[in-house]
Design a protein around this ligand. Structure first.
Ligand code: PEP
Length: 234
């Protein structure tokens, strides 16, 4: 069983989500399917498909106009929330420390945080990929998270760019993440790969050791693109 998570970013409509959920009903799979959608879509009846949000406030409640708390997300019936996505880190200057606080809020509300880590092109070119990944995990993942978390390795330079690291690079990154989590006392944590996953590379990527699934952006928006990714692995 693999995790296949879609990240719709700021795309789609409630109707588009209803159509996607309808299409996914006919898919014969043992994989866990998660759709992380804009807040406004979280209340729809999603059948067996788990829904998630794409960000959460570090605050529980109060005068924080525009923010949405973990409790509010949980109240919709959503089960997951992405924290520390590359676009949040880039456009909202979210640091590992903020990402960790968000993960803690999610856990306290009974949500599973999908905690993203990954290096920029600048960091990759400076030979810092492994140290950025390791510090990303150590500083973004709460030590007492238990089993209720997912980590996603998303090389930031590859997201939405049609670029992917080599299989050896993905293997090395995922081994480091798995080892770092074990070093933190966190076992059996699924680690997903994300960045430019498509139907034609999904099966190969998910056959790499320590890759427990994928986080899919652009190719999760249309059922014709998303379903072949889901069915590419058992
Ligand atoms: C993402 O935004 O998490 C992502 C992986 O995007 P894409 O698949 O479009 O590269």
């Amino acid at each position: 069983m693999k995790f296949i998570a879609g990240n719709w970013k700021m795309n789609g409509t409630r109707n588009a989500l209803k159509n996607m959920v309808g299409a996914l009903k006919n898919v014969d799979t043992e994989n866990t399917i998660i759709l992380c959608v804009p807040y406004t879509m979280l209340c729809i009846d999603s059948g067996g498909v788990a829904l998630g949000a794409q960000d959460v406030s570090v605050h529980e409640k109060g005068a924080y106009t525009g923010e949405v708390s973990a409790t509010m997300i949980a109240e919709t019936g959503a089960k997951y929330v992405i924290v520390g996505h590359s676009e949040r880190r880039q456009y909202h200057e979210e640091t590992n420390s903020i990402v960790r606080q968000k993960a803690v809020m999610a856990l306290n509300a009974g949500l599973t945080p999908i905690i993203c880590v990954g290096e920029t092109m600048e960091e990759k070119q400076a030979g810092k990929t492994m140290s950025i990944i390791e510090s990303g995990v150590r500083e973004s993942v709460p030590n007492d998270a238990g089993h209720n978390i997912i980590v996603a390795y998303e090389p930031r330079w590859a997201i939405g760019a049609g670029l992917t690291p080599t299989e050896a690079e993905i293997a090395e990154a995922h081994k480091l993440i798995a080892d770092t989590l074990i070093g933190m006392g966190l076992t059996e944590i699924p680690v997903l790969y994300g960045a430019s996953v498509k139907a034609d590379n999904a099966a190969d990527i998910m056959s790499i050791p320590n890759v427990d699934g994928v986080l899919v952006g652009g190719a999760s928006l249309k059922s014709d693109d998303f379903i072949p990714i889901i069915t590419s692995v058992k």
